[in-house]
Design a protein around this ligand. Sequence first.
Ligand code: HT7
Ligand code: ZN
Length: 844
Amino acid sequence: PETFYLKDYTPFGFDVDSVELIFRLAPDTTRVLSKIHFTPKPDAADRTFFLHGEQLSLISARIDGAEVTPELTASGLTCDVPDQPFVWGAEVEINPQANTALEGLYMSNGMYCTQCEAEGFRKITYYPDRPDVMSTFSVRIEGDEKVMLSNGNPVDTGGGFAEWHDPWPKPAYLFALVAGDLVNHPDRFTTRSGKEVLLNIWVRPGDEHKCDFGMNALKKSMAWDEEVYGREYDLDVFNIVAVDDFNMGAMENKGLNIFNSSCVLASPETSTDSNFERIEAIIAHEYFHNWTGNRITCRDWFQLCLKEGLTVYRDAQFTADMRSAPVKRIEDAIDLRARQFPEDNGPLAHPVRPESFQEINNFYTATVYEKGAEVIGMLKRLVGDAAYYTAVDLYFDRHDGQACTIEDWIKVFEDSTGRDLQQFKTWYSQAGTPRLKVSETFADGTYTLTFRQSTPPTPGQDHKDPKVIPIAVGLLSAEGAELVPTTVLEMTQAEQSFSFEGLDAQPVPSILRDFSAPVILDRETSAQERAFLLAHDTDPFTRWEAGRELAKASRIAMVKDGASPDAAYLEALKTLVRDDTLDPAFRALVLSPPSESEIAQALADQGVTPDPDAIHDAAETFAQTLAQSLSDSLPRLFAATLVDGPYQPDAIGAGSRALNGRLLGLLTRIDGGEAAARQYEEADNMTVQNTALACLLKAEKGESQSRAFFEQWQDDRLVMDKWFALQVATARPERAPTVAAELTKHRLFTIKNPNRFRAVMGALSMNHAGFHQADGSGYRLLADQLIALDALNPQTTARMCTAFQTWKRYDDARQALMLAELERIKSTSGLSRDTNEMVSRILD
Ligand code: HT7
Ligand code: ZN
């Protein structure tokens, strides 16, 4: 397969002045008529007229009205064209019904729907399908569907047609069309300059009652972007559509966002607190793309982090403002370590701005998105809040309507702050997670911290330069008083010392406050010091981190040396969980154990081959010991954290329910499931119902409740996804592959729906000891399923191959089993480019 390189970028030789499209809808024979106005660029180095096109039947092509016969290839067409402006016209036929890849125009439950990012528009018609080609679009949809939507503003509608015009030039990846039997949940928003915007959430009949929360999230996002970034909405209408079959979470098409129904539909009865939080964040994310992505887009797909890193950063700011900033920061650190660190430290490592790819869909990664957002956060920490917003204003002023690069982004910061950011740019170009080794000295009242940074080699990048690392530090006295408040140290060298003078005694350092950089901190710390920070640190992140480190150390000692759960840590947990002055959400986070996969990685980092069964046993023993040592107070603590009154999906209620859920997990270990069964019976919202069922299933006491849950919710796809996932997630490791295999035969299982597939197979890959069963049954099942899915949906298959990315961590026998499955996938005949690239990289 062809490899594309950042260094090879060449602009397209033509401007596209306007695009007119007509869609004649039919499930298996949709006709697309295009009229595209091209103007040759006078100074173009390359004037090859190449239009992308895949899986299209060309009916006819015209230039300025005269029929032409272009040269067709599997990836597009070339044609001789005039030196003057000309109009390209084409008629193609496509088959939405047969499109199971969910890219281009496809059908989901009888509804027409598109997904064009990154390169799906070329499956709709012939076009220069690259993000630096921007144009205005006029669209006419002909068909007998009740609702027919496209980008921009509505122009006209009548029996059998609808016309739309989008006045904002956009790349083809932002094109969208939806048609079907939909109903809307309407609302309005008045922008701060007084413009009235009509808002709609379009759903299948029956889902109307699940739109309220999403609509409020949208209005909050619109107001927040005005207030914080000064960005207003720019069309008369903003449409959101919920679709059941969707490869990812949602898509920011101009004026017509399309959402995976799981990321927009919500009701207290069917959605959990985490669903609500995620929906609010995704609605915000897609809305924020209107400026960071749509008005200013990417020059090429190597610049993906330009829109995604910045937009993730913006949605994280939004969530921090709407909910709890410390809780959001801790959640983001957990997520980064769980998803991005394994990527950055394994065979799939790539820079935030990759330099080559075979299939761009494989680069919608945690590195591009979440590490990309961390890079923005570091930039803001380095230049300061005010300078950050000045630079971003300059970015909007200077680049509105353009397709940009990371260089453009860095330049606005250099120009507006006068700083040289060339060294900072290595965060975009060099992959890998930096390790930060810390040592300290104290003499004559001066405390000195010395940091040494190093980044291990990653595929194709043996050498790493020192990065600019903002290290937020505070110093505490032995009594817990803050001696030096949070200070950002700017590290630029491989080794660097920072001194604090005038201290009476050696302080206790609190390092990497607020998780100020996406690095791995390596510092010899005593358990007492960690316990001290867990009790006294003023920064919530480092306070939580101290507990996390204690938890990890205790679990590692249990696995490595057969130690018992650390008594001092258990004591610290008992104190914290009873401390009513602490935010319940924070207490819930402190009570959440590190994942088994995180322990596996920590062991591997110490040169110990992780044994998934032993790690699982240690997790169970730890939880059981904690439950027993809290046994006297657990029922009371549990009762005290029950949330009264009608369910509200806000941060306060969610925090209390999270703590209550953690306590129920512990209580179920000692009361035979009595409290969980009661909770299940009394539940009036999905958060509580789901938690109770999970606790019961884990204790293998939930069979009747599981049946009842199924009966109650079998007609609700999104709730059934939870049911499928729970069966696998809570299964004992030795049962997990069998449970998952049985579920793939369930009448409600379908490989064609990515949500359902992920519910079962994603849950299996996340049941660490279950997936890594020594007999290889977990690996085999996943590989079987991936091979079957690849023929239908390469994008989702390729993403799910990441379950194998850590294969080199494990013992020889497991490595051999995983290797065999990866090779079996790779040798499948007709394997997609997507999956082939992923498997090849994992094997490398
Ligand atoms: N920009 C979008 C990324 C995307 C996508 C979304 C849905 C289905 C397929 C997709 N391929 C790429 C989503 C976002 O980051 O907001
Ligand atoms: Zn995005």
